[in-house]
Design a protein around this ligand. Structure first.
Ligand code: FEO
Ligand code: CA
Ligand code: CA
Length: 668
């Protein structure tokens, strides 16, 4: 760092709590006595679940959510799973111990390679990565971004064999480590950031689309036409109820139909028609408003002093302070164009990404679709990762018709927020200006919404007035392909018991370790208005936890702060942890890790451990389930003692390729 001997402030929100904001001051609070009734109800629900599955209410086996079109536009088969349906699955690998090794650790039956570290050239001139932060902003625009997160694999062949050796890996880059990024930065001179550093930082955000192929046992980058970087500067279209809204109009887009960039892309989703969805999580702190903050800023945590990386000193769009003229003369509405679900077609590298506003504006962690039922609405589940925020569901207005489904289904539908009642049942509360109950609740709360655009822009406020249940930081969701249960990680909540009371769905106050909740839609339909819920596990130590089998966790599977969550084709649940910024990094859990659980048997084992001070996040398999891709984010963040994956000067986020030594199906 330079500049008058003063360290560069990392913005208002540079503390470890940047991602944990508790801006929910609504009065949705529930009271209860915690675990005893919870455990009793679990036993009751087990019986209920058996009936539901035996009755065939959810015929989901085999659906993996992706039958993506490949390059020719024909439907790819993609995900044929070679296992035998109905056969009990054993987690046959040897559980690894909690680890403090500055490397990837996998079971002895497995092996791994590292690919696509930050800075890998994928485009244009293919500028080589230079250790020590010596690449320029232009270089970064042609290289893999920083801080890998959610990702999906799109096979490039409909053949499960060939499609499992050649595909597009699409991944998010959530944020950056400024100290690792620059040779001697971050630089601030007379209160202004260095322009090329900012260009590089903006380019290190967003999404990478990269064609990869297995060649002689190694996965390598293909210099193909699909390779693309979408960044925090890429032009994007706004669709849905907030398109053209008065609160979306900016000097860049006076008619409120476009914006630039996607920010803090955490987890992801993928559509049944073969596109990628990137989710904009902690976008608010990138912007600053030093004037009066409207609810669209205050409820989301737009900064009041300096932006997170002080990009506003170089790029005017990050300064959302209202000027004296019309909104179209400045960028006061710019933060309203962020916090959405954004769709990218990886097979069309020239296409403009689309922000789908019907699915609400909040700190989107991820999105996961229920198996689409022909002739039924399309349903997706989403979490808002901040303390005491909500779980949401989107139900399309039009029905899903195979072959005719497309992104229009994401632009017209109903957004719901979840209320988890203490009796083990729950309700989906419509956030819909045309719903009489919602309007009455808003009136009773003294909150006015001008139209549905106003509702989705202020989705958190809408969920407040509807009476949704504040949760312990909802992260990833996953839908069990065998029975339709929907799982969500609730990573932790230091404010539970303080700014929010404990309840049955969030039973620990404070909640330092997190838990995983799950629910089953009533009537076997994902568009149901009600559901039945249960706690799948309480993360924590051997003396303060509850495993999926009803017993405490053991040395083979203790963990904290569950975050990434993914069901593979055979119904194994992959759980990734992120203890970043918490004191648990020195606790009994070792480095961040990935576990595998079998909900059908209650078995759970630790599968992978990451290098020092990393987050393990992002997981997907090839269609044959013999290759697993796992992302490692921010090893050694903030100088945290990592040189992974073997660089002298700068640790690098990267993707890990994990395979069984015998070539078998991963996880088994
Ligand atoms: Fe970006 Fe909520 O993890
Ligand atoms: Ca996450
Ligand atoms: Ca997290």
């Amino acid at each position: 760092m330079t500049d008058s001997n003063s360290p560069v402030p990392y913005g208002d929100d540079a503390s470890a709590d940047f991602d944990h904001e508790d801006s929910n001051r609504s009065s949705n609070r529930h009271f209860n006595d915690i675990l005893t009734t919870q455990l009793k109800r679990r036993q009751l629900l087990k019986g209920g679940l058996g009936l539901a599955v035996a009755g065939g209410l959810f015929a989901h086996a085999g659906w993996l959510g992706a039958a993506p079109p490949h390059a020719s536009g024909k439907p790819g088969l993609g995900h044929g799973f070679p296992g035998k349906p109905g056969r009990p699955i054993e987690l046959g690998f040897t559980a690894i111990a909690a680890s403090r090794v500055d490397d990837i650790v996998v079971p002895p039956e497995y092996t791994f390679d590292v690919i696509l570290p930050w800075g890998t050239p994928i485009l244009g001139d293919y500028p080589a990565y230079l250790d020590g932060g010596h690449n320029s902003g232009v270089d970064q625009e042609q290289q893999i971004g920083m801080h890998h997160d959610g990702m999906h694999y799109f096979p490039l062949s409909p053949s499960p064999v060939h499609g499992s050796r050649h595909g597009l890996l699409v991944m998010n880059h959530e944020y950056i480590d400024q100290r690792a990024m620059h040779a001697s930065g971050p630089t601030l001179v007379d209160g202004v950031r260095d322009a090329d550093e900012v260009r590089k930082e903006i380019a290190a955000h967003g999404v990478s689309v990269v064609e990869i192929r297995e060649h002689r046992g190694r996965w390598e980058v293909v210099r193909g036409r699909f390779n693309r970087r979408v960044t925090a500067a890429t032009p994007m279209e706004i669709r849905g109820p907030a398109r053209s809204h008065v609160k979306m109009r900016t000097a860049y887009s006076p008619d409120g139909t476009r914006t630039r960039g996607t920010h803090n892309n955490c987890a992801h989703g993928f559509t049944p028609w073969g596109t990628y969805l990137t989710c904009e999580e902690n976008f608010a702190g990138y912007y600053v408003n030093r004037g009066e903050r409207p609810r669209e800023h205050g409820r989301y945590g737009v900064a009041t002093g300096n932006g997170r990386y002080r990009w506003e000193t170089v790029e005017p769009r990050y300064d959302a302070t209202p000027g004296i003229g019309e909104a179209t003369s400045d960028f006061r509405n710019e933060p309203n164009t962020q916090g959405w679900i954004t769709e990218i077609n990886p097979f069309r590298p020239g296409s403009t990404p689309v922000k789908h506003t019907a699915m609400g504006r909040f700190a989107h962690e991820g999105i996961v679709f229920a198996k689409p039922g022909p002739g039924r609405p399309l349903v997706a589940y989403m979490g808002d990762d901040a303390q005491n925020e909500y779980i949401y569901k989107y139900v399309s207005r039009e029905n899903y018709i195979p072959g005719r489904a497309g992104s229009h289904l994401l632009d017209d539908g109903t957004l719901y927020a979840a209320r988890f009642n203490d009796d083990g049942h729950g309700e989906w509360l419509p956030l819909d200006i045309d719903d009489a109950g919602f309007r009455a609740a808003a009136d009773a709360a003294g909150v006015a919404f001008s139209d549905q655009g106003d509702v989705v822009i202020n989705a958190r406020l809408a969920a407040d007035v509807a009476g949704a249940t504040p949760m312990d930081r909802p992260e990833w969701g996953a839908v069990d392909p065998n029975n339709g249960w929907v799982y969500f990680t609730l990573t932790n909540n230091s404010q539970r018991g303080n700014s929010s009371e404990v309840d049955e769905a969030n039973p620990r106050g404070p909640n330092p370790y997190g838990h995983i909740i799950r629910f089953l839609e009533d009537g076997g339909r994902h568009d149901s208005a009600t559901f039945t819920w249960d706690i799948f596990l309480l993360s924590g130590t051997e003396s303060d936890s509850l495993g999926p089998d009803g017993n405490p966790l053991t040395a083979d599977n203790i963990h904290a702060s569950p975050d990434g969550l993914w069901f593979d084709a055979n119904g194994l649940l992959w759980i990734q942890t992120d203890m970043s910024g918490s004191q648990l990094a020195s606790g009994p859990f070792g480095n961040n890790q990935m576990l595998v659980a079998n909900p059908a048997t209650g078995q759970i084992k630790r599968f992978l451990s990451g290098p020092n001070v990393c987050e393990v996040t992002g997981v997907v398999a090839t269609p044959d389930h013999r290759t697993l891709f796992v992302n490692i984010q921010h090893p050694g963040e903030g100088g945290g003692g990592s040189s992974w994956p073997g660089n002298v000067l700068r640790p690098r986020s990267a993707t890990v390729v994990v395979r069984r030594r015998d070539g078998g199906i991963v996880g088994t």
